[in-house]
Write a protein that binds this ligand. Structure first.
Ligand code: 3JN
Length: 336
């Protein structure tokens, strides 16, 4: 078995794709050959990796024979079209889109939670939604203290969840307002995001919830193997560039004290507990930005119910919420 791998990054010019490349490099992932694919629009441009320039290939015509791992961040439609042929060519595809997440044949993996699932793949492994990943990292150690009975979540999601165009739309809106100019009409978000909060991420479904909210429901049940768990989410876009924050309320079968939760979270992989309210210490988007940790604070029992706990969970949506979770999955496979 070789100890360096041929790796392809599809969508390598996007917000998540760039972080996938940066994470591979930061982690010193053993790469014998790196290829980058994107749409015809980006094909022919150059991306730098490890001091070398790599010419971006057109995904439509790229052949994948000889590729060991393909990190995909190109959207659901493109993934549906190309992931099966890439897997067929012999690569393991780690796909960041929702295209295959709920397919029973495809593992949906967060290494801190269900690493064993990664090995049951048929060529495609799905990377969960960003809001789901950081939440399940925080839930798993608590679920081991006492089984969860119900979850209620509100998210505060940054503009970068909608990619580079989302960040530009926020930036241009803020700039126009600050400079007293007419605000540009929104195109990525349903309303202007500057100086506002939008209780809508993705499109509404017939049940009154958005697709993002229902992804959190279905994906959490699959990753944590709690198919019946009642979950209700409200996903909100906030005028933050990067990192998603979440208020999470958990009902357990038996009482879980804040002290026990704090200790379990402190010992859990991938988590930084930042919880000292007397000194105004709690996780902020700016702390999470640029690192791979899931930050947890405001750990407290419910005022009335000892079986209920409330938490505040923050993580960089482009890293643990996407790129670094995908690279971690590849690392699980090569370490086996
Ligand atoms: O808006 C966010 O903060 C996260 C958005 C994720 C997203 C956006 C468009 C399409 C996804 C996703 O990862 O679930 C998808 C998709 O793959 O369906």
């Amino acid at each position: 078995m070789s100890n360096a791998y041929s790796v392809a990054v599809v969508g390598g010019t996007g917000a998540v794709g760039r972080e996938m490349l940066a994470t591979l490099q930061r982690h010193e992932f053993p790469i014998s050959q790196l290829r980058i694919m994107a749409s015809a629009r980006s094909a022919g441009t150059e991306v730098e990796y490890d001091g070398k320039k790599i010419v971006v290939e057109d995904l439509e015509t790229a052949q994948f024979e000889g590729v060991d791992y393909c990190l995909m961040s190109a959207g659901g439609g493109i993934s549906k079209t190309h992931s099966p042929r890439i897997a067929q060519a012999g690569a393991v595809v780690i796909d960041n889109s929702s295209a295959f997440r709920m397919d029973p044949e495809v593992p949906l993996v967060v290494p801190e939670v269900n690493p064993d699932a990664a090995f049951k793949h048929n060529g495609i492994i799905a990377n969960p939604n960003c809001s789901t990943i950081q939440m399940v990292v925080a839930l798993q150690p608590l679920h081991e203290l006492s089984p969860m009975k119900r979850l209620v979540i509100s998210t505060y999601q940054s503009a970068s969840g909608a990619g580079q165009k989302g960040m530009w739309e926020l930036w241009n809106g803020v700039k126009a307002r600050v400079e007293g100019e007419e605000e540009p009409a929104p195109s990525t978000f349903a309303h202007p995001l500057a100086f506002d909060v939008l209780p809508q991420i993705d499109v509404f479904q017939d049940n009154g919830y958005t697709r993002e909210e229902m992804k959190m429901v279905h994906e959490t049940r699959k990753i944590m193997d709690v198919p019946e768990l009642p979950i209700s989410a409200t996903c909100v876009r906030v005028p933050v560039m990067r990192s998603h924050s979440e208020s999470v309320t958990i009902d357990f079968e038996s009482p879980v004290t804040a002290a026990a939760a704090r200790e379990a979270l402190s010992n859990a992989p991938g988590i930084k507990v930042w919880d000292d309210p007397a000194n105004n210490k709690y996780p902020l988007a700016r702390m999470a930005e640029g690192n791979e940790d899931t930050w947890v604070g405001r750990i407290r029992n419910d005022v009335d119910f000892p079986t209920t706990l409330h938490l505040w969970v923050v993580s960089d949506n482009l890293l643990k919420g996407a790129a670094s979770n995908a690279v971690q999955i590849a690392e699980l496979l090569i370490k086996a």
